[in-house]
Design a protein around this ligand. Structure first.
Ligand code: 1PR
Length: 527
């Protein structure tokens, strides 16, 4: 029996699913006694150091947890579960950590996008049976803005390079903790979990010892999901957001099955967009929650879900906050949520008043679950102008000249699935959302969606240059060369595609194979 410490923030469902996929049972800590009697404890953490320690203190878990750790019983900490072991964190300077390991937690101070999101390698610094069965060159999924700095080097299990070389794993006796998420790191991560869960075999040698690791560019498979006219939940795909063909909603497959296929093919992330979420109330959309629950049972890469994340009042007058909606999504297996329409309305309000309210969905979800869990999905379309002074919006000079010979354009934000244009441009929206606590931008482009004509590189460069958070390029991928183009001509961290994968025109392994000697990617063995 594995005991799991869930302090109530983030996606513990993935960790439970990953452990259960290995045939083990999980008991969730519901009181101090569970901690005292635990034989093997897993502590996954996401979110904020301050709120984690506050909850642990409020529940009176701190002493029992320290006792457990001091008794040297097997412990696996993940992400914040690693940070918790240290004395303090810059994320919440006035809050004390468990102080089991001397040292502190520091914010990345580097010239690269923060959070550090994606698949990176590990430099193994000391032998450990936790890595049995691995070659040593595997990549693991990271998502964090802070990293640990131990005072004593002897606890360092792994390091990883991202602007600096930081400590990405520690081991002290039976205590192991990783900055990366094994439960989200595909088969390599499941292997690490298996080694932790199974009784002590001898450690085996690693064949590839890395000296420097590199963050991969991510390939994201996107599934636009909605009910068709017969009431079945289907994966659909639009051309410039029009998902109907001869009057019917295009049906390109079943969400759970397709997600599983893309995972097995090596997708680095899966995104579900509930594209009619803006008009329905997600908490009543049980099939969509089910899709997430089913998918997360056997898809061990990050899952993002978007659509309808906003405050809502139901027909009985009961109010639900966007945070409650997001919480249900996280509890059902999502790792990140994506906010579309609501982000535009929030940014407009912010620009009117110049004030953060702390009440917006972006701020609230970011505060509780961390910036890395909040993606902003932008649905912009080009508006041409003949000179920059024709509009108050942030304009770019374009090489793709407009219909009347215009050499400039701005990117108009839309809401409700592209149905309504707003007086706000995509660059400003991205900047405001970053200020409010968003951790990533999913940058669609209505003009390019479903056209197979390549990404809008000008849009991606304009947004990427305006923010420091990672950007997922989306819309227009039509061949493997388009992925190469977006990764070499822009600084986008990820490239998302939908139509070419659903229509089986290009597969994920083909994309990765094409990129393999040109761009750092995560290669999945056996495909
Ligand atoms: O506004 O918070 O409820 O969120 C709604 C979400 O649904 C938004 O993220 C919005 O982008 C998405 N959405 C709404 N309507 C549509 C539609 O297509 N009619 N899909 C829609 C957006 C764009 C991408 C697509 C890429 C790649 N789809 O997700 O997957 O463009 O496609 P391609 O590779 O085939 O070119 P809210």
């Amino acid at each position: 029996m594995i005991t799991l410490l869930d302090y109530g923030a983030g996606n513990v469902r993935s960790v439970i699913n990953a452990i259960e996929s290995l045939g083990q049972k999980v008991k969730i800590v519901s009181g101090i006694d569970d901690l005292l009697s635990a034989e093997k404890l897993v502590f996954p953490g996401v979110g904020n150091f301050g709120s984690m320690m506050r909850i642990l203190n409020d529940k009176n878990y701190v002493h029992a947890l320290k006792d457990y750790l001091l008794s040297d019983r097997p412990f696996l900490g993940i992400c914040l579960g690693l940070h918790a072991l240290f004395e303090k964190s810059e994320e919440a300077p006035d809050t004390k950590g468990l102080a089991l390991i001397s040292g502190h937690v520091k914010k990345f101070d580097i010239n690269l996008s923060v959070p550090h999101i994606g698949w990176n390698g590990i430099n193994i610094k000391k032998p450990s049976r936790i890595f049995n069965g691995l070659l040593g060159d595997e990549k693991f999924y990271f998502v964090h803005s802070f990293h640990v700095v131990p005072d004593d080097d002897s606890v360092v299990l792994t390091t990883t390079n991202y602007g600096i070389e930081f400590v990405s794993g520690i081991q002290k006796g039976n205590i192991t903790a990783t900055q990366f998420h094994p439960e989200k790191s595909g088969t390599a991560g499941i292997n690490v979990l298996k080694n932790f869960l199974e009784p002590g075999s001898e450690q085996k040698a690693i064949t590839h010892v890395l000296t420097e690791t590199r963050l991969s560019k991510r390939i994201v498979a996107c599934l636009d999901v909605r009910s068709n006219d017969h009431g079945d939940l289907v994966v659909t795909k639009g051309d410039q957001y029009d998902v109907r063909e001869n009057g019917d909603v295009r049906n390109l497959g079943k969400p759970v099955e397709l997600a599983r296929t893309y995972y097995e093919q090596g997708a680095d992330e899966i995104t579900f967009l509930n594209i009619t979420g803006f008009r329905d109330f997600p908490l009543e959309d049980i099939p969509m929650m089910d899709v997430l629950k089913q998918t997360s049972k056997n898809v061990f890469v990050p899952l993002t879900i978007g659509g309808g994340i906003r405050d809502y009042t139901d027909q009985h007058g009961r109010k639900y906050t966007a945070l409650e909606v997001a919480t249900q999504y996280f509890r059902s297996g999502a790792d990140k949520i994506s906010i579309g329409s609501d982000a535009v309305l929030i940014a407009e309000a912010f620009l009117r008043t110049g004030k953060k309210t702390g009440n917006s969905s972006i701020e609230q979800i970011s505060e509780v679950y961390g910036a890395q869990a909040v993606v902003i999905s932008i649905d912009p379309r080009r508006v041409y102008v003949s000179s920059p002074d024709q509009t108050p919006h942030q304009v770019i000079k374009t090489e793709k000249i407009g219909p009347l010979g215009e050499a400039y354009c701005w990117y108009q934000c839309t809401i409700n699935g592209g149905r309504e244009g707003r007086d706000l441009d995509a660059i400003t929206l991205s900047q405001v959302c970053e200020k409010l606590g968003a951790g990533e931008i999913l940058l669609n482009c209505i003009d390019k969606d479903g056209t197979d004509s390549g990404y809008d590189l000008e849009l991606i460069n304009a947004v990427k240059n305006a923010v420091t958070i990672p950007v997922i390029a989306s819309s227009g991928a039509g061949c493997v060369e388009h992925f190469y183009e977006v990764f070499t001509k822009t600084q986008a961290e990820s490239a998302l595609a939908a139509g070419i994968f659903h229509r089986k025109e290009v597969s994920i392994p083909e994309v990765k194979k094409y990129l393999s000697d040109k761009v750092e990617t995560r290669l999945v063995k056996n495909n």
